[in-house]
Design a protein around this ligand. Sequence first.
Ligand code: CAA
Length: 378
Amino acid sequence: MDYNLSEEQQMMRQMVRDFAKKEIEPWIPRMEAGEFPRELLEKMGELGLMGITAPEKYGGAGMDFLSYIIAIHELSKASAVMGVILSVHTSVGMNPILYFGNEEQKNRYLPKMASGQYLGAFCLTETSSGSDAGSLKTKAKRVDDHYVLNGSKMFITNGGEADVYIVFANTAPEKGTYGISAFIVDQDTPGLSIGKDEKKMGLHGSRTVALNFDNMKVPAENRLGAEGEGFKIAMANLDVGRIGIAAQALGIAEASLEAATAYAKEREQFGKPIAANQGVGFKLADMATATEAARLLVYRAAWLRAENKSCGKEASMAKLFASQTAVDNSIEAVQIFGGYGYTEDYPVERYFRDAKVCQIYEGTSEIQRVVIAKHLTN
Ligand code: CAA
């Protein structure tokens, strides 16, 4: 692995940093008040960030996977909300179409998704199938030239805002995971309705909703891949998607470290900066070491993906470790800030609230261990 970023990657990183400073930071109070940052997504589309890895012939920026991970990492340092919106849109919204769609589907959806005109979402989880994704109950029945879908989905990131939903449903329940098929569903499809909007501990401004399918008619031409191929499509895209969430966690971990370090150097008690106390210095040392280890895992997994090498195990390791580091660092950052850290006047309480979900979505930390163990023992 080459540890030096190319000139193009460095320029992209600077562009995202500038965008975060100028556009995202002023928007944070609006997101914290619950507003979805659609306006920012349009601007990100203009900068090429919404289709960063999509080929130029589909309107994308045609950049490599590492560039995409740099973008998620840098966005998430400013706002984990922007990181997850882009990660879900790209990894599990657009990529299923890019890698499993036919030419007609690619031409119909990718240019609009790459420009930011269309936002993507991924609909796998249901009320009774979270970690056990293969046990999903939503059914799809073929009727002439379309499928009729009935069921519901839960915890759908970007739901209610997305224009394109990748929906997993069972076309042959007796076949278990081999009976699951994937569909591209437009937001205005009759029979699709938005259910409960979750009130979350963190990630305020990112929408998470339930979806209901009531005799939802999806044209057969919108089936993604073959019948029964859905579970593989979901798993393959999650493999890669998890690197995006790992990069989001890395952003939160790094932001927590930087805020805590700056504060510890500036805050004086007992006549000296609190950083001069070994108790605080050791906390910062541990936070910095874990952040560096997380960075290496995340960038290595991304590099493997960029080189088209197998990366499932490394993606799970990166997500497992980076999300734990985000949680640990944000807790320690609040502690170093003391009473101020517990208030909304400083960002560390937001980092703390945003970090936790990185250990839950796109596969819990326990599921990441299941995936890693399977790689080791199979
Ligand atoms: N790539 C391709 N195919 C894969 C695969 C992968 N990574 N993983 C499994 N498969 C295939 C298997 O090869 C197998 O097919 P074969 O028998 O032909 O080999 C088939 O799928 C079934 O595999 P398993 O028996 O391993 O499946 P399982 O039912 O035991 O489940 C699991 C495995 C890893 C636990 C899986 O259910 C899982 O990942 N669960 C977590 C679900 C998850 O991550 N949900 C996230 C929702 S999306 C989200 O959170 C987005 C957001 O909001 C941010």
